[in-house]
Design a protein around this ligand. Sequence first.
Ligand SMILES: Nc1nc2c(ncn2[C@@H]2O[C@H](COP(=O)(O)OP(=O)(O)OP(=O)(O)O)[C@@H](O)[C@H]2O)c(=O)[nH]1
Ligand SMILES: [Mg+2]
Ligand SMILES: [Zn+2]
Length: 321
Amino acid sequence: MTDVARRGVVLSGSGGNWRVRVDDASLVDAKLRGRLKREPGSDSSRRDGDGDRLKLAVGDLVLVEPDARGGAWAICEILPRRSRLARRAPGGAYGERIVAANVDQVVVVFAVAKPEPHVRMLDRFLVIAEANQLAARIIVNKIDLVGEKEAHERFGAYERAGYPVHFTSTKRNEGLAGVRAILDGRVSVFTGPSGVGKSSLLNALFPGLSLRVGEISESVNKGRHTTVGATMIPLPDEGGGFVVDTPGLREVGMWALSAEHLDNCFPELRPFAARCRFADCTHTVEPGCAVKDAVEHGDVSAQRYESYLKLRDELEAAEFS
Ligand SMILES: Nc1nc2c(ncn2[C@@H]2O[C@H](COP(=O)(O)OP(=O)(O)OP(=O)(O)O)[C@@H](O)[C@H]2O)c(=O)[nH]1
Ligand SMILES: [Mg+2]
Ligand SMILES: [Zn+2]
């Protein structure tokens, strides 16, 4: 590192070119220095499975310096990560796939209607957050379509599971201040199905962003995502938060988790799972299963337990295929 190196955060990247926001808020385009790419770092998680190439991700804190040839910038160092959102667990057969680095929370956005909420998908997003040991919260948007009471009923299981749930309508300007407060000063991965209003929410909160809003009902390609590529957006609030939009996160089938640890990714199951007769209880057929008892007594939502069973089946099928 030379004395002209500057600290910055990676906002986006494509084809080996990375956009870095340096600490004075100016933007530079930089390439990863060749030497750095091949150097096997001490932190194996920084390398992906196809060789020793260091894997740089959106959200990484880096040092950049002007390239010797002049003009261009080079990323000369990747600073240690405090957290990560990865598709595969470290040490997995195919290596880790990092979606974003230095993430504080995963914010899962769903609409109460249009599109109809797919709770199984919501549970997958939450499991992904839990598997990465990241805090998760839920935004239920479009409450203008059904009213707040019904919205609360539809998502009550998540509030009971302990997740913070925010109810919003960008159409009626409702619930926005609460969302703004939880984004302030944090790095939040914003995710959820297409058309639920993620871009609309961010535009309503931060009009300067001018994100593209899709009209799903009129779209030729139904269900296609309007937002492409993983990008980190600096928020204009004083706290200096960032929102990461990662379309890739929605391909939830690609996440590799082990079936054995799935119960740990459902926070409301954890206290019961600890009380099952068998330490390796799968909570499916075993006698003395405290989880099944809790579901029968209504202490755990049957819908969430169903999700657990479905995801478990899927993960087991993936493990043995
Ligand atoms: N009724 C209602 N419609 C909304 C609300 N918020 C957004 N919409 C509409 O929902 C549609 C989709 O909004 P977007 O913000 O593009 O959704 P998105 O989640 O960013 O979608 P992708 O970028 O495709 O993932 C648009 O037609 C918005 O006008 C709301 O609170 N109420
Ligand atoms: Mg969008
Ligand atoms: Zn059990």
